[in-house]
Write a protein that binds this ligand. Structure first.
Ligand code: FES
Length: 218
């Protein structure tokens, strides 16, 4: 997993951060959900807005320390309270990552279903040396993650906010090659599975005698 510790004073940290108009609109919408004095509860969405804004502006979706300080100011929190939240949740990246953040699940169900092939394809086609590393072209960062909660369609590769499911080596190669070309394949199952149904389609509840067939008596 990417080392998230001791990055606050690193040379890649920008000196300043300001929310852009798109983030400001999102902030106004979210803060409206909370009663006066409870705006600190919006710390999680504001951290998300920072990460998305950095992705829009720099091509690297991460959360600089200056942005956490700005969140603390906006929500009237001590900065350490924001740092505590940002360092607890692994979905927040506290150092720059590639344009495509490849989060490979290697927990047992994904491992049994071939996550080693997914990792090998990320090394081969994305050009990342290992977990926590970024490709030379800056496009890809690969991170090893624990269960992503989609084991039924294992193995899973999360690319930024999207899940790609039912992968193997060649399908992962194809996905990464498409991303390199600037294409974004539709997320979800890569074998055409219907949501999380068995391969080939649903096998139960396929012929429900619908209530409409026997309308209730007047
Ligand atoms: S083990 Fe990979 S999604 Fe659950």
């Amino acid at each position: 997993m990417t080392d998230q510790t001791d990055v606050g004073a690193a040379s890649f940290q920008p000196a300043h951060f300001a929310f852009d108009a798109e983030s400001e609109a999102e902030i106004s919408r979210v803060l409206g959900r909370y009663p006066a004095g409870k705006q600190a509860s919006a710390v999680l969405p504001l951290l998300y807005f920072v990460q998305r804004q950095m992705g829009r502006q720099t091509g690297s979706a991460w959360v600089p320390r200056a942005a956490m300080d700005e969140i603390a100011r906006r929500l009237a929190m001590a900065p350490i309270r924001v740092y505590e939240v940002a360092t607890f949740y692994t979905m927040f990246q506290l150092r720059p990552v590639g344009r495509f953040h490849l989060q490979v699940c290697t927990t047992t169900p994904c491992w049994l279903r071939g996550s080693d092939e997914v990792v090998a394809a990320c090394r081969r086609t994305a050009g990342v040396g290992g977990f926590g590393e970024t490709s030379a072209d800056g496009l890809f960062t690969m991170t090893e993650v624990e269960c992503l909660g989609a084991c039924v369609n294992a193995p899973i590769l999360q690319v930024n906010d999207d899940f790609y499911e039912d992968l193997d080596g060649p399908r992962t190669d194809a996905l990464l090659a498409a991303l390199k070309r600037g294409e974004v394949p539709p997320p979800g199952s890569t074998i055409g599975r219907q949501t999380s149904a068995p391969e080939g389609g649903p096998q139960t509840l396929v012929a429900l005698p619908l209530a409409a067939a026997t309308p209730p008596a007047e």
